[in-house]
Design a protein around this ligand. Sequence first.
Ligand code: XMP
Length: 529
Amino acid sequence: MTASQTGRTGGADQGPSGGVLIVDFGAQYCQLIARRVRELGVYSRITVPERAMFTFAAMRPQAVILSGGPRSVYEHDAPKLDRAILEQGVPVLGICYGLQWMAQNLGGEVTPAQSGAEYGRTELQVVDGRGFLQGVRDGGIVWMSHGDKVSKLPQGFEVLGKSEPCPFAVVADMKRKFIGLQFHPEVAHTVDGQQMLNNFVLSVAKCSTDWDPGHIVDRKVQAVRELVGETGEVVLGLSGGVDSSVAAAIVHKAIGSRLHCVFVDNGLLRQGERDGVEELFGRDWHMDLKVVDASDRFLGELQGVTDPEQKRKIIGKVFVDVFKHEAKSYRNAKFLGQGTLYPDVIESVAAHGGATSTIKSHHNVGGLPKDLDMQLVEPLRDLFKDEVRAIGRQMGLPSSLVDRQPFPGPGLAVRCLGEITRDRLRALREADAIVRFEVESKGLHKNLWQYFAVHLPVKSVGVKGDARVYEEVCVLRMVSSVDAMTADWELLPVDVLRRLSTRILNEVKGFSRVCLDISSKPPATIEWE
Ligand code: XMP
């Protein structure tokens, strides 16, 4: 489906119209709501309460969701939302704080929960299983987390569901299509939560299901063309990661050779990475790609540095210097392409910071735009990572790139503990290539978030051939995760571990011992530095 078929409009910076507007009252799970709605094929966008009416006017949503939040509607500095949002004739779903705000503004009453705050699992008793609660199980677990509760319903509201501590767990005024939940449907603990969101978005609000990230490439391409114009040129830092690669593919489709990609080899890349980027984007896609070998400069400045934070700072600073220098050499380029994603730009309420909104800035090429005085081209700024992957697939990027495991910006530096030398990087790179090959060739990577090798600056005695060796330790790190916020260590089949150990010890000079990291996050982090 193309832009004209969906009837949607919007430049690189504006979202499409229609869909669901989510007002963020500071909920921990706001992005989760937005993703769940998009998974239904319905566009969703998050905004702060102060900008809600402005965004509403621009977006013309088919439904509104008011999120939960950590505040009480009675606090004098509680997030302010224009009550006109209830007079727009669109269905509104209030979750927790969102329900309390709705009740307060429609003539109901909100009081502190009698037993203090109510947290955790409780069973939902379905009072009316038609409409909004269609398909929702009586006695199913729902997840509560609130300090206040609605004590008197506004006129026109009825109870659809209740729970032991909460007589108004699900309430609705179906004439106006206002629905309120005192629990969180978006969290996994609420068993039929997705069913409730489905019912609201599809049955109650009847939103159009025309959001398909794989099918919006034409719209993205058109938006870039409009922004850049007939003659404009774009410089884009290509890292070989999913975001910058998909952004480059879109901009390239829009303006062809007026896109100039710069790939900085910092000497901290994995085996085959630079060749892979040159082959795919330079040779196969015929992009104007400049590969800058800055490894001497990076490794020179890192010499003797062992402190993890200092390493990161040096790498960040040198990258900005090198990239800025290169970008300036494209004299006609007035635009800077970036693979910024939606989670980086969502206007979110700081979780406990009241109504002050924090707009997260672009932290993939931090500091660059202002210095360079270039206009940003960010074709992915209204998309989540999964959606970017769908677009990448649609555009023909290989699965090895689109579905690849995350690789940190500072590269192998954060896995090469202690001093970074070319020789220690060589050993790490070889071990990492063995890990990737063995895991991927058996298809084990499909259940892993990341799988890599780490180089420890610890020496231990070994015997290789008949000779005594005194070499360092290679650690294997394999984790599963959903979003990298938490992670579990994973145990590979013993024969695979045995093969990894044998190959690394036999083939890689510099390691006399292989160890397995069995630490979850928290308290450990995924990377070692
Ligand atoms: P940690 O080690 O904090 O990592 O558990 C969480 C996720 O983030 C990745 N990571 C980074 N990604 N720049 C990045 O782009 C960085 O500086 C960076 N540090 C960590 C890490 O690989 C994991 O997926």
